[in-house]
Design a protein around this ligand. Structure first.
Ligand code: PLP
Ligand code: SF4
Length: 419
């Protein structure tokens, strides 16, 4: 088994005299987050040009790096994958014609402030704008860090009312910002209220704390969370460098308390846009009991153009994983469609051709094989009655075409209709 090393913070002059007790205290890290250039310069080398650029960036965007995450940065190497995620670069000020403030229409798809209800049976509940660290590639930079605050009681109440009134919501995804910036008591009140809604089946938490501030995952936190199972926790590791002794301990604590752990990476230029880095990452994730769930194509949020890769890179990564390694290590690569279309999976083509009898398919090794379809292919349904339950029927979409409830879908404003 791999040996995990603790982060050697005492090698960094700024943290040399920090007691172990403080270093283990997540609140100390929040209080001492690195927010200005002079402090940053005590941790990494920043040359004159870079400093000037940083100054310009900080006029527009905040920086906040937890001492823990800062200690992972290479002191000299400017292209260090941890540094690129944490320290602003001048390109953040470049706005291209394809950048949007809210590319995913999280606001447009928001029935009440704080909730995005895009998919039929689940909601995204953005309970706070606060994070322990401001990732430079953040999708929600329109709000995160801008208003450094949690959702007000009044807004929270509106959200709960909405969830309560919509019986179709069976999955509540608590995210933000980072919901683990809440203290345990405050967080418990919130989760308890979600759990109290009868039709909510599962609760998911989205948090980057295991990566940027693993000290947040305390015994008391997991003891509280485990009272409200089933809870799933998705985190956000992007590079194998982020997997340390501390992050392993955090993920193990969560897993031991029964939390199913998933990981959502973002494909980032110069950070992880490489099939070998990604393969190492997914292997290391499984070792700390986190299952790779998604790789996101970097979206079209404002000022993150320098992080974007070609979509093809994601396909290449999946080509390098599927079949080559443990199936559980293979995440789904998705593009979160601009305009609120939601996540669209993209993968290499495995179907080469087909007839009404046979499919020609290929595997990861390049073997071309066939599958002969059975003659009697129509499912013999009508034996059970799960389909009588309205909850299991599609409301919309291609699935509705397939089940025969609709004959076609067509765009609303077709020109030919006006003729
Ligand atoms: C990603 C997302 C979800 C959850 O999607 P899953 O595919 O179920 O993980 C839900 N709502 C919104 C708005 C999202 O962006
Ligand atoms: S933790 Fe998530 S929400 Fe917070 S800054 Fe990073 S990417 Fe954005």
């Amino acid at each position: 088994m791999k040996k995990y090393s603790k982060v050697k913070y005492s090698d960094i002059p700024l943290f040399k005299n920090i007691s172990e007790e403080d270093w283990k205290d997540w609140k100390w890290h929040l209080r001492n987050a690195i927010r200005d250039i002079p402090t940053l310069k005590k941790i990494i080398e920043v040359d004159k040009d870079e400093e000037k650029e940083l100054e310009k960036c900080l006029q527009k965007f905040d920086m906040s790096i937890t001492p823990y995450y800062a200690a992972l940065m290479d002191k000299k190497y400017k292209r260090c994958p941890v540094r690129l995620q944490a320290v602003p670069r001048i390109q953040e000020l470049e706005i291209s014609e394809n950048d949007y403030i809210d590319p995913l229409h999280e606001v447009a798809d928001s029935p009440v402030f704080g909730l995005t209800h895009r998919y039929p049976d689940r909601v995204l509940f953005l309970v706070t704008h606060m994070c322990s660290m401001y990732c430079r590639h953040c999708t929600r930079r329109r709000v995160v860090g801008d208003l450094d605050e949690h959702l007000s009681e009044q807004h929270l109440n509106k959200c709960f009312e909405y969830i309560q009134n919509h019986e179709e919501i069976r999955d509540v995804l608590i995210s933000g910002g980072d919901p683990l910036t809440f203290g345990d008591d405050h967080l418990e009140q919130l989760i308890k209220r979600v759990r109290g809604i009868e039709h909510v089946e599962i609760i998911r938490i989205g948090s980057r704390m295991p990566v940027v501030l693993p000290q947040r995952i305390t015994d008391s936190l997991v003891d509280m969370l485990k009272k409200y199972h089933p809870i799933y926790l998705n985190t956000h590791f992007n590079h194998p460098m982020e997997i340390t002794y501390e992050s392993k301990v955090a993920c193990e604590k969560l897993a031991d308390a029964g939390m199913s752990m998933g990981n959502q990476s973002v494909l980032l230029k110069d950070v992880n846009d490489c099939p070998f880095i990604m393969k190492k990452l997914v292997h290391e994730l499984l070792m700390i009991r986190v299952k790779p769930y998604y790789i996101y194509q970097c979206d079209l949020s404002m000022g993150i153009g320098h992080f974007r890769t070609s979509i093809v890179k994601g396909m290449e990564i999946i080509e390098n994983l599927r079949g080559h390694t443990t199936g559980m290590a293979v995440p789904t690569f998705v593009v979160d469609a601009p305009g609120g279309g939601g996540k669209i999976p993209i993968m290499p083509n495995y179907i080469l051709s087909q007839s009404d009898r046979r499919l020609a398919i290929r595997n990861y090794e390049g073997i071309i094989t066939t599958y002969t379809q059975p003659k009697d292919v129509i499912s013999d349904c009508g034996q059970c009655h799960i389909c009588d339950d309205e909850r299991y029927k599609p409301l919309d979409g291609v699935a509705k075409l397939l089940c025969g409830e609709r004959l076609y879908l067509k765009p609303e404003n077709l020109k030919r209709r006006k003729k």
